[in-house]
Design a binder for this molecule. Structure first.
Ligand code: NAD
Length: 321
């Protein structure tokens, strides 16, 4: 029997991370491409570490993995992992803190610009031979000098603020857990009351974790207070914007448009009206899918496992259980 530590890779990751394992004589790996409950329950038994993307890791599975010492998330959100079961089984959960802020921030800028320039509509017009219709198309917007509200000022929120300032936007931040001085040092202004300030914003981008406090945080009550030209973007987690109420607000022209990378259910039901709404610009939870980010995430996921077994894993990468 091999005395190497076994890493179970749940759904393949970029080869850059796998190469790190191949070069390390103390570790080996097995990839499961189509994880279902039975396969996970079978494969978890003899592994020491798990590298996982967004597959659900329930207590039913975790409780069986008696050898598992670390669950290394390929990403920063960990709502797919049962943290209580991890704690009970004394398993460390780590995240790739340095890998994806740039990719997600760029994706938000891409959505913000695409919606304000009505990318889909203008692209479609010229490709369908309607160049001369350009004066009839609805007008586009600038983002220069506009107010953007960043909700959640962690790794991604901070990274996004720099990009918005590059476009000479005014950055406002709502994050009760980050003090004013930090926000100021990033060139932003702290908002204390979401309800009162939302009416002044031209764009809103969400970067909070998914939890009981943030569920339905953006609801009709807030949507109806927004400017008619406001653009809202969610590249955090589904459920933070109420999808039904967002669709209603778009249909009633209460806001300009919405960019969504994440959905209540993923994949979203095909009859989800947001998929057919002209005012939405959507992507299939791919904000971090740049080539560069995939390499960084893959390497960091594996490096976190190595660091854990060498007692070198940085505290900032460990999820508090
Ligand atoms: P982070 O932990 O660094 O930052 C989250 C911030 O949200 C923290 O500053 C926290 O204080 C703040 N916050 C928590 N509750 C809040 C509340 N009720 N109101 C306002 N602020 C609140 O996380 P991050 O790395 O910046 O990631 C942010 C989100 O983006 C997470 O939900 C993560 O899952 C998601 N994400 C999505 C993708 C994607 O592909 N779309 C990729 C990476 C991360």
């Amino acid at each position: 029997m091999s005395n190497k530590k076994k890493i179970l890779v749940v759904k393949n990751i970029h080869e850059a991370g796998l190469n790190l394992i191949k070069e390390n004589s103390k570790f080996e790996f097995e990839i499961i491409e189509n994880p279902n409950l039975n396969i996970l329950k079978e494969k978890i038994i003899d592994c020491d570490a798990i590298a996982i993307k967004t597959t659900q890791l329930t207590s039913e599975v975790i409780n069986i993995g008696k050898k598992v010492k670390i669950i290394s998330r390929h990403g920063v959100g960990y709502d797919n992992i049962d943290l209580n079961a991890s704690k009970k089984n004394n398993i460390t959960v780590s995240i790739t803190t340095t890998a994806n802020a740039v990719a997600v921030s760029e994706h938000v800028m891409f959505m913000l610009l695409s919606i304000s320039k009505r990318k889909s509509m203008y692209d479609k017009a010229i490709k369908s031979g309607k160049f001369n219709d350009r004066n009839k198309l609805p007008k586009t917007l600038e983002i220069w000098g506009k107010n953007i509200l960043i909700i959640g000022f962690g790794r991604i929120g901070k990274c996004l603020s720099k990009r918005c300032l590059g476009f000479e936007m005014n950055v406002y931040v709502y994050d009760p857990y980050v003090n004013e001085e930090i926000i100021k040092s990033f060139g932003g202004k702290k908002i204390e009351n979401l309800n009162d300030s939302i009416k002044d914003m031209d764009a809103i981008s969400l970067h909070v974790p998914s939890n009981n406090q943030t569920k339905n945080m953006i609801n009709f009550n807030l949507l109806k207070k927004m400017k008619k030209n406001c653009i809202i973007i969610n590249a955090s987690r589904g459920g933070i914007i109420n999808e039904i109420e967002l669709n209603k607000a778009l249909n009633e022209n209460l806001i300009f448009g919405a960019g969504l990378d994440v959905f209540d259910t993923e994949p979203p039901n095909y009859d989800n009206p947001l998929l057919k709404n002209d005012k939405t610009f959507l992507s299939p939870h791919t904000a971090s899918f740049t080539e560069e980010c995939m390499i960084r995430m893959s390497k960091e996921t594996i490096q976190n496992i190595f660091d854990f077994f060498n007692n070198k894993l940085e505290k900032s990468k460990i999820v508090k259980l």
